[in-house]
Design a protein around this ligand. Structure first.
Ligand SMILES: [Zn+2]
Length: 418
């Protein structure tokens, strides 16, 4: 039977393939076929829809076209990523999405980390008066209890840790519940699943904070299929993991144990493109309870096709990206700087493919400027970059598919090796 429409995938380990250009499907599917991951072949955040001026329907039908071309017969998913409002939910539900990622980051209070006990206590009593905990007192709910997470992990809140978790995430969970209810309403009786993501906070999510979020979701009867913490270490866009592998593994074990005990639900890794150093650890620690999201890395493989097949076009794009960098870099987590980009002169770069598509600085420069390139960028002859890129990708569709296949097979193999 053909699977024309996305569905809920449940607790099967899964991989998300964001596709900003709508032509990466064949390569994504080819790679996914060789491994034991359910594919989420339509995945786009509201931010990316706006940046690329695409509609949720376009993203969905691009995936459906690629799947129909190979008579795809397995379940697959469609992720409306980073949804912040009920309006965002309506937009994705109307287009048939089945996986809803709630992003409560506007309600996360990052300052909680630096607040003193009096401030924390005052804030929590304000939350309680505003009925954030449904008429309960935070301390009555969670203080003095101990949580046996696994054989190795028992957790309990100290008064201060509980206040801090409440201040940081209390309103965020309250908001998650509101958005979850609206997903429920919009989807009526068709299958859907919910992820909650706190990956875009300023500091890594501690195991106690994760436990707090999980307890609050449970108390509010919000069922999630996955949760995305902000993990320890640096997960910059488009480049490999930076940080201590040992600390990463230790904290991942805590998060995985909580996900198993409190759900079970999957742990979700955002900014999952190119994090090769941590994949074997993630695969081993999470097992089936894993979801990974990627997006920008497919755009970079598309640019690799352009670089190999139409170097003048690539150079125009690289120049334009360098000019946009200082503005477009906002909201991204990066190590390439304005000074790095100012010093760039691609005429003087000996191996352009290596610099722009294999090394960190070039990759990040191209990675963060995709929105401008795809919406405003033009060649001297007036043709938009987007048209020129799509034309090239159609012409060289086999190379495009092969590059994506190789690139994602590397991701999936390392994740499976663990
Ligand atoms: Zn994210």
């Amino acid at each position: 039977m053909k699977s024309e429409n996305p569905t809920a995938l449940g607790l099967k380990k899964s991989f998300g393939y964001g596709d900003r250009l709508g032509l990466a499907g064949p390569g994504h599917i080819a790679a996914n076929e060789k491994f034991d991951f359910a594919g989420i072949f339509a995945q786009q955040s509201i931010r990316e829809l706006d940046r690329t001026k695409r509609t949720a329907e376009e993203v969905m039908s691009a995936a459906q076209r690629s799947l129909a071309a190979v008579d795809y017969d397995k379940p697959w998913g469609a992720d409306g990523d980073h949804l912040k409002t009920e309006e965002d939910v309506r937009r994705m539900a109307a287009a048939g999405y089945t996986f809803f990622t709630i992003d409560p980051s506007d309600f996360v209070v990052n300052e909680a980390n630096g607040m003193g006990e009096n401030d924390l206590r005052e804030t929590v009593s304000r939350q309680e008066s505003a009925n954030i905990y449904g008429g309960h007192s935070l301390e009555n709910l969670y203080l003095g209890k101990s949580y046996e997470i696994s054989d190795e992990l028992d957790l309990a809140f100290t008064p201060e840790a509980l206040l801090r978790a409440g201040v940081k995430y209390g309103e965020a969970v309250h908001h998650m519940e509101k958005i979850a209810r609206s997903i429920d309403r919009e989807c009526a009786d068709r299958p859907f699943e919910i992820e909650v993501s706190v990956d875009e906070t300023e500091t890594p999510t501690t195991t106690l904070e994760h436990l707090f979020i999980a307890l609050e979701l449970k108390r509010r009867c919000v069922d999630v299929v996955s949760l995305a913490p902000r993990f320890t270490g640096d997960f910059e866009k488009g480049v490999d993991f930076k940080g201590s592998l040992q600390l990463f593994e230790e904290s991942l074990q805590g998060h995985a144990a909580i996900a198993k005990k409190m759900g079970p639900y999957k742990l979700s890794l955002h900014s999952g493109s190119d994090k090769f150093a941590v994949y074997p650890i993630i695969g081993r620690v999470c097992g089936e309870l894993l979801h990974v999201k990627t997006a920008g890395t497919s755009y970079l493989e598309a640019l690799r096709v352009i670089l190999r097949e139409d170097l003048p076009l690539f150079n125009d794009i690289a120049c334009y990206s360098a000019g946009r960098f200082s503005v477009d870099k906002a909201t991204y987590h990066l190590s390439v700087t304005d000074e790095d980009v100012a010093q760039l002169s691609h005429q003087k770069i000996a191996d352009q493919e290596d610099f722009y598509l294999n090394q960190n600085k070039g990759r990040q420069l191209l990675h963060v400027t995709f929105g401008s390139v795809l919406t405003d960028g033009k060649r001297e002859n007036g043709q938009t970059f987007k048209e020129a890129i799509l034309e090239n990708l159609e012409k060289h569709s086999q190379l495009h598919k092969d590059l994506l296949n190789v690139h994602f097979s590397k991701h999936l193999r390392l994740l499976s090796n663990g």
